[in-house]
Design a protein around this ligand. Structure first.
Ligand code: HEM
Length: 368
């Protein structure tokens, strides 16, 4: 993804379009439930068997680091952006989990999606998942080089994952499921997006929410990206875990910063709600920076920081763990609702933090 041009932010007279809508196809819920219960759980069980270990996440199993952070909502936001957690200038304590995208623990050398999951703490309002109404947390999940940005919808995503699991030629299985034309389009897009990606640092990636969420009455997509001036990664051997090692060097030297930017829905052609293969181009919908994420300097190899990282790894993160003001939108998001629940329940996840202190307890991260 290219650097969001923050200079080209929405004009002063900008009024976002409220006329977005979701299209719910008959039978989709059954498909999503089947995929979660059959495929996601199978991926978890197979990965656990291969590694001879415990059940991990159905995707994004490999942890680079779990860290404490601060999520600062900016104080000069236009009226139309002031909804949900962006309602007023504020600093939320947060935790962040950096991951690779596969359900198995692969070498960082392999091309695959990379993830950032952010959990804000101290968020008021009723949370959407049943039984979670009173939680004080809210999550944002985003990936770079994602498969979801190449497929049109959840059906194609599920067909791609199933084709990869069938053994033999993936393109043949995929073409049978989605047709030759769409299969070729997806495979070319994947080659450009995932297979040819060369990630040198988790700090310099541009992570996209990929599917839209609500911002009050509006629909937006968000991106988490390094601010201008973030140093590139210095060359280093591409070892099994070089992304963690690179992160450790950066965090030893200083804080890590990310900008949190949003783009507003314009119309169904250039900013569709239901088709994740269409990138919301900044020319059509400029980026507006609404918050800044700061991960304070620390020593990743310090035992307390490792313990904290492990605790964060146990937590569950989900795009649905939010309020109505940021409700996820579109079929890909609807498919994720059940998938995250099934995966995190099967692996057994940690309790939702009630405060940062409740999480830190005896694992206070130390300065280097
Ligand atoms: C919009 C595109 C997507 C993005 C940005 C995204 C992002 C992420 C991220 C960052 C994580 C790691 C969360 C953590 O650190 O705990 C994750 C985990 C996961 N994702 Fe996605 N994902 C997307 C699409 C999907 C889809 C379409 C599915 C399946 C229908 C899916 C299923 C899962 C599952 C099962 C997990 C593990 C959940 C757990 O056990 O806690 N994701 N995703």
């Amino acid at each position: 993804m290219t650097q969001a041009n923050l200079a080209a932010k929405p004009s002063d007279s900008f009024v976002p379009n409220k006329e977005w809508k979701e299209i719910i196809k008959p039978g989709e819920q059954e498909l999503f439930e089947d995929f979660a219960n059959r495929i996601i759980t199978a991926q978890q069980r197979e990965a656990a068997e291969q590694a001879g270990g415990t059940l991990a996440r159905g995707f994004h199993a490999k942890l680079h680091a779990g860290l404490v952070a601060e999520f600062k909502v900016l104080d000069n936001l236009p009226e139309y952006a002031r909804y949900g957690v962006f309602r007023e200038p504020k600093v939320f304590p947060a935790v962040v989990r950096f991951s690779n995208g596969k359900p198995s623990q692969e070498s960082d050398k392999r091309p695959e999606p990379r993830g950032i999951a952010i959990k804000l703490i101290g968020v008021p309002g009723d949370k959407l998942p049943p039984g979670k109404k009173d939680d004080v947390t809210q999550d944002f999940l985003a990936t770079s080089h994602s498969v979801t940005s190449t497929v049109r919808d959840a059906r194609q995503f599920m067909a791609f994952i199933e084709a990869g699991r069938k053994g033999g030629l993936l393109p043949v299985h995929l073409a049978r499921a989605v047709g030759i034309g769409e299969s070729l389009r997806i495979l070319f897009a994947l080659a450009r997006t995932v297979l040819l990606s060369r990630v040198n640092s988790m700090a310099t990636e541009h992570y996209s929410g990929t599917a839209p969420i609500k911002l009050g009455p509006y629909a937006v997509k968000f991106t988490v990206q390094p601010p201008e001036g973030t140093p590139r990664a210095t060359p280093r051997p591409r070892t099994e875990n070089f992304l963690r090692e690179e992160l450790a060097d950066r965090l030893r030297a200083g804080d890590l910063m990310f900008d949190f930017v949003v783009q507003f829905y314009v119309n169904d052609k250039v900013t569709p709600i239901e088709d994740t293969s269409v990138r919301w181009e900044p020319e059509n919908s400029p980026f507006l920076k609404v918050a800044q994420l700061r991960i304070p300097s620390c020593n990743l190899n310090n035992p307390q920081t490792r313990e904290l990282s492990n605790k964060i790894n146990q937590l569950s993160f989900s795009p649905w763990h939010t309020t109505e003001e940021h409700r996820p939108l579109g079929n890909v998001m609807r498919a994720r609702k059940i998938a995250y629940q099934v995966s995190s329940e099967l692996r057994g996840h940690g309790a939702e933090p009630t405060s940062l202190t409740s999480l830190l307890n005896n694992s206070q991260a130390e300065q280097p």
